[in-house]
Design a protein around this ligand. Structure first.
Ligand code: DC
Length: 255
């Protein structure tokens, strides 16, 4: 029993981590991946990189094939810990620009383009193929990696997410910028969850983790524990189909 919990003996999983904007997917996912020795990929960066490039080139969403063509120009670069957290365009680092406010406003509209989603699908699957990967996004558990060993969906109220983002940016919580952040998040939630292709939603077999009122470390612990739990179950039962995580209880694991 002891040996089955040895992380060195466990097969490294493919973990899908989804949730709305500013639910903490990137920071929580990166921290959890580091703790379990997995790679981490924030797929939102791919959508942001293409959006940034389209805005820079004046390519509008009414030219989906031109937008799709930009996919080959963007790359993600791992940092020393193996987290795919840097955006490269033709070898130049543009990570800061793709996180800027112009991209914030436009990215959901670009992310709704089916041709773009299709072009990024294969890229994301290739990145996850070797296992030992926490992949964060909106449709990872539902579309990109429907056979993931573990699916987690992070939820938090829009007010809490706006408050966190306001704090991250060092803004006055009562000021107009804070109100604009709340509005923008509401708008992105609406666009991301109502688009016809791969809308934001939890997979039926995802564990739901609510982060409202959680400390950052609590949420990281919840994700790490879920990964360890599935690793241990797979290691303990060699007869289990190693590619399938059993369906959790319908209520999910809770926060
Ligand atoms: O997580 P983020 O805010 O960086 O995501 C940016 C946008 O990309 C967001 O509008 C949703 C979209 N996105 C998506 O549609 N599918 C993903 N797998 C990741 C992000």
């Amino acid at each position: 029993m002891e040996a089955s919990r040895d992380p060195d003996r466990a097969r490294k999983l493919v973990v899908a981590l989804d949730g709305p904007g500013s639910s903490g997917k990137s920071s929580v996912g990166a921290a959890a991946a580091l703790r379990v020795g997995y790679r981490f990929c924030d797929t939102g960066l791919l959508y942001r990189a293409v959006t940034w490039l389209a805005l820079a080139r004046n390519i509008s969403t009414s030219h989906p094939h031109a937008v799709r063509g930009l996919v080959d120009e963007v790359d993600l670069l791992p940092d020393q810990a193996g987290r795919l957290s840097r955006v490269l365009v033709h070898g130049q680092d543009h990570t800061d620009e793709v996180r800027g406010p112009e991209v914030d406003v436009a990215v959901s509209v670009f992310a709704a383009i089916p041709e773009l989603r299709l072009a990024l699908l294969e890229r994301q699957r290739v990145l996850a193929a070797a296992g030992g990967m926490v992949m964060a996004g909106r449709d990872i558990g539902t579309v990109v990696l429907p056979d993931a060993d573990l699916k987690i969906f992070l939820v938090a109220s829009v007010e809490e997410r706006a408050r966190r983002r306001t704090e991250e940016r060092g803004l006055d919580p009562q000021g107009p910028e804070a109100a604009a952040i709340l509005d923008a998040l509401r708008r992105r939630d609406e666009l991301d969850s109502t688009r016809p292709v791969a809308p934001l939603r939890a997979a039926a077999d995802a564990r739901i983790i609510s982060t409202d009122g959680n400390r950052f470390e609590d949420t990281v612990d919840a994700v790490v524990n879920a990964i360890r739990d599935v690793e241990a179950r797979l290691a303990a039962d060699p007869d289990r189909d190693p590619d399938r995580e059993p369906k959790p209880e319908p209520s999910g694991a809770g926060g």
